[in-house]
Every structure is written in C-alpha cells, then in structure tokens.
Design a binder for this molecule. Structure first.
Ligand SMILES: C[S@@+](CC[C@H](N)C(=O)[O-])C[C@H]1O[C@@H](n2cnc3c(N)ncnc32)[C@H](O)[C@@H]1O
Length: 349
C-alpha cells in the first residue's frame, strides 16, 4: 500500500471512528486471527488427507487440483479453493504444474499427522460442543476408526518403541494385545523379533478395518491375528486362547476409557490375571498432570485431555493406576513414567 493512500485512509478513519479505536480493533483482530486460521487450516489439511491428495503431494511431484478432482469425479472448484487457502497460509506452494507442499506443510504433516487424525476422531463431539453442554449427546460419538489410526500413528513415534523393548526384553513370544486398534504396535513387535506372534482383539469394526489394511501392507504373514471381541467378554476369549498359550498381555491406552468405574477395571484385571497367570501384563496408560502443569504445556496433552473429558473418559493420576493394579492382585515388576507426555508403562504379574 502506498504511503499516500495509507495517510488518506487513516485521516478518514480517524475522523469517523477515532484513531485509538481503529488501532485497538486492529490489534484485537490480529489476536483472534490465529484461532480462526488454525481452525480452517486444520479442516483444509484434514480434507486433503482424507481424499488422498496429501499422500499424493507427499510423493514430491507437483499435483494439479483440477486433474486430481476430475479423475476422481470430485468438485474441482472446492478443491481449488482449499488449495488456494492452504497456499495463503503457507502450507502449499503453487508451481507451474500444480501444487506442492511447502517445507512447513511437509513438516506439520509428518509426525503430527496422528494428532490430525485424533482430532478428526473427536470432531463429532467438538463440532457439537453446544449440544453437549446443553446435555444433548444423543448419537454423538467419537469415530473409533480415526482413534485407532491416530493412536497408532502417534504411538509409533515414542510409546511403542519403549513398550516394544519392554516386551521383548522379557522374552515374550506369544502376545495378546487388548484393544489393539490399528495393530501398529503388534506389527512393530513382529518386525523386531521374527519369533513373535501377536493376537489382537478389538471391539470396534472400524478399528479392525484399519488393522487389516496395516497387516496386509506389513507382509508378516501368519504372525498377526485379529478378532473382534469385547475384552470384558473373557468367556469368549477363554474359548479362543487356552491357558498357557499366551506369555504376555498388552493393553495400550485402553483401560482409561473405563476409569469412571475403577472397580470394573480392577475386576477385569483380576479375571485376566487368574486365567493367564503367570503371563506378564504390560500396560501403557496416560495419566493426568496437575492442572497448573497442563496449562503451561506446549505439547498436545491439553487437547488430548479435553477430548477425553468431553467424551466422558477419565484421565486419572498415576497413583490411581498404581492402586488399580495392586487392588487387582498384581505385583509390579517394572514401572516407567514419562511426565513429559503423561504416559506410564507397567509390567505386572
Ligand atoms: C486409544 S485406542 C488404542 C489402540 C491401540 N492400543 C494403540 O495404542 O494404538 C483404544 C482402542 O481400544 C478399543 N477398545 C475399547 N474398549 C474395548 C473393549 N471393551 N474391548 C476391546 N477393545 C476395546 C477401541 O476400539 C480402540 O481401538
């Protein structure tokens, strides 16, 4: 903008509105901008992810939005608008032959992609917060397929390698993963040890669909099995798994869903211990931090806890987990606590 135009506009606004008010209003809009921009940017990136555009961009070749949309019978105009918006916020770059990811766009869609998918999982709730607050939660549920995918993508980065080492150092070969989600953890275990076999159970068919896709791509034939089952239905599992068949049970980020009724978790763990003893039970769980700590946290823990709280899940303090394991009759053989990302790992027997 030319200086002369700026002065002319400034004079008119100062007379009509007042200079102080104009400047204050500008500052306030600037403060609100990242909030609204974050919302639209997330929605736009997630849409590109879900239609497969993001994966194509990741291959590194410029991609035409028109070509992509027309070859898949999609709306070219809307896809173009999404790309232009993401160009505006610096996620995409416009090149001669189409769009490419900027360095920033590439970075935020690598490791953080799990967080995008977890955010997507809770969209039915977050998009309907007004209804939830008013007490109308009929039919409002998180999307477990995305929970499984997001947990798996995030888990692969830090928790799973730590848990893999814990399980393998114990010499376990026949593993039962309760609430296996998309099976990325079992796949990691099998890749690290050629003699490991993992049985995964999950109650959700969308999670198991994700699991089947990952198992197909993993090329670890005959060592990964899934069953759709509720882990509370131990009688069904007893028919599937004989006593002594399993030397390690694993449950990662599953039990907290039931911690609004700790006695149910204690009872379940006790039943598992009685049937599978002396198998190890390796449990990875999240724990809550003092609220003061949480507000200061630069990590996504704040959103994570928010998602759990609006969906009626309890993220409890570390002491509660210790109490539950002890009350279920377990002896703790090992405990690893990561306050930096609010996860604790226990080996129980
Ligand atoms: C947060 S995800 C974690 C998935 C996986 N363990 C991981 O770490 O990637 C929780 C999973 O537990 C499954 N789940 C929850 N309650 C269950 C139950 N009662 N029986 C079996 N699976 C259950 C959900 O369907 C979901 O796939």
């Amino acid at each position: 903008m030319r200086l002369v135009d700026m002065l002319r506009e400034g004079r008119i606004l100062a007379r009509a509105v007042g200079l102080g008010r104009v400047l204050r209003s500008k500052r306030r809009h600037q403060q609100a901008k990242p909030i609204l921009r974050g919302y639209h940017t997330y929605k736009a990136i997630q849409a590109l992810s879900e239609i497969g555009f993001l994966d194509e961009l990741k291959k590194g070749e410029p991609l035409s939005s028109e070509g992509f949309a027309s070859s898949r019978n999609m709306n070219q105009d809307v896809l173009k608008a999404v790309c232009r918006y993401l160009e505006g916020v610096g996620v995409l770059m416009r090149l001669d032959r189409g769009y490419a990811l900027s360095e920033f766009g590439f970075e935020i869609t690598e490791e953080p992609r799990g967080m995008f998918n977890l955010t997507r999982a809770y969209t039915p709730l977050v998009d309907n917060l007004t209804e939830l607050i008013r007490g109308n939660n009929d039919g409002l549920e998180r999307d477990i397929g995305y929970v499984a995918r997001g947990s798996g993508e995030l888990g692969e980065q830090i928790p799973f390698p730590v848990l893999r080492d814990i399980v393998l150092e114990r010499g376990s070969k026949k593993v039962l993963d309760l609430g296996c989600g998309d099976m990325r953890f079992p796949i990691m275990l099998c890749r690290a040890d050629g003699n490991v076999v993992v049985y995964g159970i999950d109650k959700d068919e969308n999670a198991l669909r994700e699991a089947e896709r990952n198992i197909r791509n993993a090329d670890l034939d005959g060592r990964l099995f899934t069953t759709q089952a509720d882990m509370f239905d131990l009688d069904k599992l007893k028919k599937r798994f004989e006593k002594g068949q399993i030397d390690c049970l694993v449950a990662i980020d599953v039990f907290h869903e039931y911690m609004n009724n700790p006695n149910a978790v204690i009872g379940l763990l006790r039943d598992y211990r009685n049937y599978f003893h002396p198998a190890d039970f390796v449990i990875g769980e999240m724990f809550s931090q003092p609220k003061r700590e949480l507000a200061r946290m630069p990590s996504a823990t704040l959103e994570h806890i928010f998602h759990h709280e609006i969906s009626g899940q309890q993220v409890v303090p570390l002491e509660n987990w210790r109490y539950v394991y002890c009350a279920a009759g377990f002896t703790t053989l090992d405990e690893k606590v990561f306050t930096s990302f609010g996860h604790c790992y226990h080996v129980l027997q």
